[in-house]
Design a protein around this ligand. Structure first.
Ligand code: NAD
Ligand code: UFG
Length: 336
């Protein structure tokens, strides 16, 4: 019988890709999402890619009674849990909303997992939990000092899962990633945008397609090769493959052993904003209009990591080049 996975917030950008990856790897997924930052078109596209639609329940994780009905309905083996609200900058303006949404919904979930004895979980954490004084490349042992409410919510979760593992027998893996970008190679699923994008690549593509006049490059005076912020951009399909491998790692643990560990999921290569623009221009043969601006509050100068641990222990490595990822994204934008 197929293993059944509960994918919380699975209609979102990354997790719609995860649904496809897990279904294609032979698992059955059940999606729960309140459509706060997504819409049903993603569900249609998941159906088009797979040729069938996994079960979907529109509900808010903060509604414990409704969530419990889902636990009663399915015999889950496993949970993939992904935070609801995700913008570090916005979280500084609305900290209570971030804690309310991200933490209280998760506590309901953990309580039900405990009650229904579903104790395997892969959790999407974030590189933003690392202290900004760490010198890249960042390893999993580097200090974690969250600097925004968003990052704090991730850090608190990691700690809760560590304790639930030690004291309640959970088996958990935290995957810390930073800048997942791009879309599915089919060109059908992508980040939901009902507003001006916060993230670099969605913004660049809006500029290329003429929907926005020009990119604002935030910060030109960082201590980096060209003064602009450096990030480790990872293809979203490679990223979700790391979750399949994390699942396999947890599934391989037999007996009554608890487990908790964290892995960086990045490429190990830093790219500055100006370098990113350069790569896009080369791949799509179009000029990206931009202007230099002040730094954006909450941004860190440089972030890229050491990927040894995940390569050795999970057998994961990023396979898609930046150029290929951009090609995939452009295919989508060209269709709009
Ligand atoms: P997303 O906003 O596209 O997806 C999140 C989904 O959660 C949305 O579909 C939204 O409707 C749903 N949701 C929000 N609150 C909910 C609630 N209370 N109950 C039910 N559903 C709810 O986000 P994403 O880009 O797919 O990110 C997923 C995870 O990856 C998050 O944990 C995010 O913090 C993390 N992450 C993302 C990035 C990035 O650049 N996208 C970077 C690092 C980490
Ligand atoms: N940038 C610009 N102009 C823009 C958007 C971004 O110059 O319009 C720059 C930023 O200043 C930064 C780089 O591009 O130097 C990357 O910025 P993003 O907004 O794309 O990504 P962040 O690194 O700020 O944040 C990402 C995710 C968050 C996640 C965070 C930490 O968007 O969801 O990594 O894990 F929480």
């Amino acid at each position: 019988m197929k293993k059944i996975l509960l994918i919380t917030w699975g209609m979102g950008y990354i997790w719609s890709h995860a649904v496809v990856a897990f279904e294609q790897a032979g698992y059955r997924t059940v999606i729960v999402d309140n459509l706060y930052n997504s819409d049903l078109s993603t569900y249609e596209w998941i159906g088009n890619i797979l040729w069938y639609k996994p079960d979907f329940h529109e509900l808010d994780l903060r509604n414990k009674n409704e969530l419990e009905e889902i636990f009663k309905k399915y015999d889950f083996d496993w949970v993939l849990h992904f935070a609801g609200l995700k913008a570090p900058f916005e979280s500084q303006e609305k900290p209570v909303l971030y804690f309310q949404n991200n933490i209280s919904g998760s506590l309901n979930l953990f309580e039900l997992m405990n009650t229904y004895d579903v104790k395997n979980i892969v959790f999407s954490s974030s590189a933003s939990t690392y202290s900004t004084v760490n010198v890249p490349p960042i390893t999993e042992k580097c200090n974690q000092v969250p600097e925004t409410p968003y990052a704090t919510s991730k850090f608190v979760w990691e700690k809760i899962l560590e304790d639930l593992s030690k004291f309640s027998g959970f088996r958990s893996i935290n995957l810390r990633y930073f800048n997942p970008v791009w879309c599915h190679p089919s060109g059908h699923i992508w980040e939901y945008l009902d507003d001006i994008p916060n993230n670099l690549f969605p913004y660049i593509f809006q500029v290329l397609s003429g929907r926005l006049p020009s990119l604002k490059v935030f910060g030109s005076d960082y201590d980096t090769l060209d003064g602009t912020g450096v990030r480790d951009y990872i293809d979203v399909v490679d990223l979700v493959d790391a979750h399949v491998l994390a699942y396999k790692k947890l599934s391989g643990i037999t007996g009554n052993f608890w487990f908790n560990d964290s892995f960086n999921v990045w490429t190990g290569k830093g790219t500055s904003v100006l370098q990113a623009i350069d790569v896009v221009e080369t791949v799509v043969w179009k000029k990206v209009e931009y202007s230099m601006m002040d730094r954006r509050p909450g941004d860190i100068p440089v972030s890229y990591c050491n990927t040894n641990k995940i390569q050795i222990e999970l057998g994961w490595k990023s396979l898609t080049s930046l150029e290929q990822s951009i090609q995939n994204s452009w295919k989508f934008y060209n269709k709009q």
